[in-house]
Design a protein around this ligand. Structure first.
Ligand code: SF4
Length: 581
């Protein structure tokens, strides 16, 4: 290094996807010139080409540098962008938002955010949530419905928690399904390769022979969209070849509970005796050849020595003296899976049956098993049920929350600032899309689908939405039917984009605000994934370089708008650093 130059390094992490790889940035003469992996960090040692190129985001000539205001109508090919001051922009936007709130009610505002998988939204997400909750609108828009809903919710419906961290360092087998961590989540790819070197087996489900899939011991090249049939074929092999963990299924799953064949509902104690509880279930004791009550509140059988049947069909005497035909839930699963036996389902999945059998045997013989799966499953209409089939498959092998399985590791605690307490329950119930999808993405904050918001803008259904704020969300391009999206943006009374570049969405907004890239802003996170040691990590990431031109962090913009809307007290009087303490 020439002695005339000054250089220093700044430790941080890359925010361009959910992996949050640890980084060391080199700053020479005030300019960030290099980003490389920080090896002395629980999430360190790994870095992808996108992270490496991140300094280009800071200096790209097309970056937005100043607040802009549209001066010509939205239909006009020339928006007539006029450079304005931050004060003017924030004042105008707050005025317009106040107008919307007072005229149409707070629910007439929607806020769209970028995806955590491809933007640095996680740096600001919690503040966006606090802002919209405080504003009083439930309509927070994301791409969750085509991204992670199936994974997070499919596992939650099955296990009670989202897919826990794969403890790859202690696994003897790994099942990778519809995900290529070599292209994203490089930390996981790195750890899989390291485990493979010590002998861990890999089964990959991927139509393409890429990344980890190209190194798999068994690669199942599934026909896209038929993954559910494949999961059931694997389940069938585990059951018919008796490869599943019988003790785990008996002890930890609802497999032994009896289900009525006359009406398809679970058999409950009150079916057997008028004084019985409708909350207690029934299993069949193979030893006593009699039904036994199971109490989910205690997790115990009324007869501790009972051996619950998993297969077979039974007739249980009802309180009326009749007989109720029943089968254990596990037997129902076996029946369903038998319809998708590897041989007949070849025509659905296009995976040779011998490979399916080989994969199931390999997984069962090399426990503990951990798994990871993602978008390959997600971007289909049957994604959540497919995910549940994969979760059931995983449950059959009994390594849930065991060393070397998928483990619920503790996470570094952080105060929750999402502001859920600000949004009245009645308002949350009105989240757009919830009326038609009560169990789907809109059931959770932050998960409205953009196409539903467009219906609200264009057709006032289920009620009118008048304003849309876009934080790092190129909503026009990240949803199907972009022409309809454009029509909706033109029709919206008021729209703002907070962006790095002039995107097709920003072009249709009334104001465009220049955001900082993650290298130009500070943040605090405990959101490190994929490794046991990183789950407990909490890190303050300073700005590597000061923001260029008049760019401002999304967080700063949220706090400033909050101040102007009268929410100062709930936003630390606009002091972002104070909010981190
Ligand atoms: S894997 Fe994600 S977090 Fe890591 S360097 Fe690449 S983009 Fe950044």
């Amino acid at each position: 290094m020439d002695h005339a130059h000054t250089s220093h390094t700044v430790r941080g992490y890359c925010a361009l996807c959910t992996a949050h790889c640890a980084t060391i940035a080199t700053v020479t003469d005030g300019k960030v010139v290099q980003l490389e992996a920080d090896t002395d960090h629980p999430n360190g040692g790994v870095f992808c080409i996108k992270g490496k190129a991140a300094p280009e985001l800071v200096y790209h000539p097309d970056r937005l540098n100043y607040p802009l205001k549209r001066t010509r109508p939205k239909g006009d090919p020339d928006p007539g962008w006029q450079r304005i001051s931050w004060d003017e922009a924030l004042y105008d936007i707050a005025e317009r938002l106040n107008f919307v709130r007072e005229t149409y009610g707070p629910r007439a505002l929607a806020i769209a955010k970028g995806t955590g998988g491809g933007t640095s939204v996680s740096d600001v997400e919690r503040w966006l949530s606090r802002f919209i909750n405080r504003f009083g609108s439930p309509n927070w828009v994301s791409t969750t419905h085509v991204c992670n809903w199936h994974k997070d919710t499919g596992f939650t419906y099955t296990f009670g928690v989202e897919l826990p961290t794969p403890d790859v360092a202690h696994s003897n087998a790994f099942l990778l399904w519809g995900h290529n961590p070599s292209a994203t989540s490089l930390i996981l790819a790195h750890d899989i390769v390291a485990a493979r070197k010590r002998g861990m087996k890999i089964v990959a489900v991927d139509p393409r022979r890429v990344g980890i899939a190209s190194q798999a011991d068994v690669l199942l090249q599934v026909r896209p969209g038929s993954d559910g049939a494949l999961a059931l074929a694997l389940i069938d092999v585990l059951i018919t070849e008796n490869l599943y963990d019988e003790a785990f299924v008996r002890q930890w799953t609802n497999g032994p509970l009896l289900v009525r064949l006359d009406n398809g509902t679970p058999l409950v104690e009150s079916d057997l005796a008028a004084s019985g509880s409708p909350e207690k279930f029934v299993v069949w004791d193979e030893a006593a050849i009699a039904p036994v009550i199971y109490d989910p509140a205690t997790g115990n059988l009324a007869e501790p020595s009972a051996r619950a049947a998993l297969l077979g069909e039974y007739r249980v005497r009802s309180k009326d003296g009749g007989e109720i035909p029943c089968r254990p839930i596990f037997a129902e699963l076996a029946k369903l899976a038998a319809r998708y036996r590897p041989e007949p389902s070849e025509s659905i999945t296009h995976v040779p049956s011998a490979k399916v059998r080989e994969a199931a045997r390999l997984l069962a013989a090399n426990r503990p098993l951990s798994i990871y799966m993602y978008n390959g499953v997600g971007q289909h209409t049957n994604a959540t049920q497919t995910n549940r089939a994969i979760a059931v498959l995983y449950a059959l092998l009994g390594d849930f929350d065991q060393p070397g399985g998928n483990v619920v590791f503790p996470k570094a605690p952080m105060n929750v600032v999402s502001g859920k307490e600000f949004l009245p329950k009645e308002a949350a119930a009105q989240r757009i899309g919830r009326e038609r999808k009560p169990l789907g993405p809109p059931a959770k904050p932050g998960n409205c689908a953009a196409y539903d918001i467009f219906t609200a803008i264009l057709e006032d259904r289920p009620y009118p939405v008048k304003a849309i704020l876009n934080f790092g969300s190129n909503t026009v391009m990240s949803t199907g039917d972009s022409e309809r999206a454009r029509t909706a943006f033109r029709a919206a009374e008021f729209a703002v984009a907070v962006e790095l570049f002039m995107t097709p969405t920003a072009e249709l907004c009334d104001y465009v605000l220049p955001a900082t890239s993650f290298l130009e802003m500070a943040t605090l996170t405990n959101d490190f994934k994929h490794r046991r040691q990183s789950r407990l990590h909490l890190q303050y990431r300073p700005a590597v370089v000061p923001a260029l031109a008049e760019r401002r962090s999304d967080t700063w913009i949220v706090f400033e708008l909050a101040k102007r809307l009268g929410f100062s007290r709930d936003f630390w009087d606009g002091d972002v650093e104070a909010a981190y303490h």
